[in-house]
Write a protein that binds this ligand. Structure first.
Ligand code: HEM
Length: 384
């Protein structure tokens, strides 16, 4: 998409797309302005005039979360788990995450060849979040299917395909809801050191409604999986394309931290967000009306030459690097410290076990999603 972004940033930085019935926004300053003003640009898709949502009783609890609410309600919801996700709290669990990474890689690595996504980048964050939530290992394969279905976006927009797609999503969402409902009940009676217990406790103390508690579990499950998978996958895609940079990272000549930030900028796992205008508003001379959907393209802003020097270059030591990979403002990614740590631990664990990592095969299959950026598979070769 990057050539397209460059063209749009230059020629049509704010434009209306008749097919998708939304505004697209490409420049850094404009994206910043949108994310910085949640009163005007709301995260609640129910305010959109272009979207026909199913009737209330059929709506997924995922609409009752911090991600899709604003103002006091957003802050109340986010407050329930904020402490859990702080860098220091997350760091205390590093040892456990290292053990999970080691297990996965030790299984995958002996042949000198693996699929980085299937064998590692996919299962790693699923297991981490399942553990944090308090989901036992025998339920994980089912989790993988649910979370995949829930983040899928339709590529075939014919009526039949859309209908089948909506049915699939509806079913996955109901099954997952039943599962979490049972778990929340169990934890309300017998709390443990996990996130479901924190959520169950807040619900018990009337700080969350039942719907909200359920939405919470679903959000935490889906928000951090595909995104982190693609951060790890995109990181190796960048590094195998720049072997000299990989060597600098491996030897510690350049920090893992700045490398990961550059991947978040250069190949952002989340390329775009969606907002709804709550009033008529002008943006770069364009008249946006109340109820219009507005799409800030993070991936385009992250390569805006007015902010980033040589934005089309991948520079592992780029500093400063004020990218939008985790968004900005009140909805700034809650899981950012966790995602950063997973990426650090994952890449380090891989470098500890594999040398001369090379990409094999020419064709890469992009992830089937309009907003998520990454590849379905990434076969690599290396010296164990
Ligand atoms: C929000 C990206 C990992 C949980 C966001 C947003 C972005 C993002 C761009 C802003 C959404 C918006 O403004 O509408 C990413 C990326 C990740 C990642 C690129 C991995 C590389 C995670 C993880 C978790 C998580 C591991 C938790 C387990 C959340 C939550 C929100 C969020 C709960 C909503 C925050 C709010 O609305 O206040 N993420 N995320 N994310 N992320 Fe992440």
């Amino acid at each position: 998409p990057f050539d397209w972004y460059a063209e749009m940033r230059e020629d049509r930085p704010v434009r209306y797309d008749d097919d998708r019935r939304c505004w697209d926004v490409f420049r850094y300053d404009d994206v910043d302005r949108i994310l910085d003003d949640p009163e005007t640009f709301s995260s609640d898709p129910r305010l959109a005039s272009a979207i026909d949502l199913p009737p209330e009783e059929e709506q997924s609890p995922i609409l009752e979360t911090m991600l899709t609410t604003d103002g006091d309600r957003h802050d109340r919801l986010r407050g329930v788990v904020e402490d859990w996700f702080r860098p220091r709290a997350i760091a205390e669990r590093a040892g456990r995450f290292e053990a999970i990474a080691a297990d996965l890689l030790d299984d995958a690595i002996d042949g000198g060849r693996m699929d980085l996504v299937d064998d590692f980048a996919y299962p790693f964050p699923v297991i981490v979040i399942a553990e944090l939530l308090g989901v036992p290992s025998e339920d994980r394969p089912q989790f993988r299917r649910w979370s995949e279905t829930l983040v899928e976006t339709p590529t075939d927009t014919s009526d039949d395909a859309m209908e089948a797609f909506q049915r699939r999503q509806q079913q996955a969402s109901e099954e997952l809801a039943d599962y979490f409902e049972a778990k929340l009940d169990a934890r309300a009676r017998e709390p443990r050191d996990d996130l479901i217990s924190v959520i169950a406790e807040a619900a018990g103390a009337d700080r969350l409604t039942g719907e909200e508690a359920l939405g919470f579990c679903m959000l935490l499950l889906v928000a951090g999986n595909i995104t982190t998978t693609n951060l790890v996958g995109n990181a190796m895609r960048c590094l195998t394309a720049h072997p000299e940079a990989m060597e600098r990272v491996r030897t510690g000549d350049v920090a893992m931290e700045s490398t990961i930030e550059e991947v978040l900028r250069y190949r952002s796992p989340v390329q775009a967000l969606a907002r709804v205008a709550t009033r008529d508003v002008e943006l770069r001379g364009m008249d946006i009306e109340e109820g219009d959907t507005v799409v800030p393209w993070l991936g385009a802003a992250n390569r805006d030459p007015s902010v980033f020097e040589s934005p089309e270059q991948f520079r592992v030591d780029r500093a400063p690097n004020p990218h939008f990979g985790f968004g900005r403002g009140t909805h700034y990614c809650l899981g950012a410290p966790l995602a950063r740590m997973e990426a650090r631990i994952g890449l380090r664990a891989l470098f500890d076990r594999a040398a001369d990592i090379r990409r094999v095969g020419e064709q890469l299959q992009p992830v089937r999603s309009a907003f998520i950026y990454g590849v379905e598979e990434f076969p690599i070769e290396f010296r164990p």
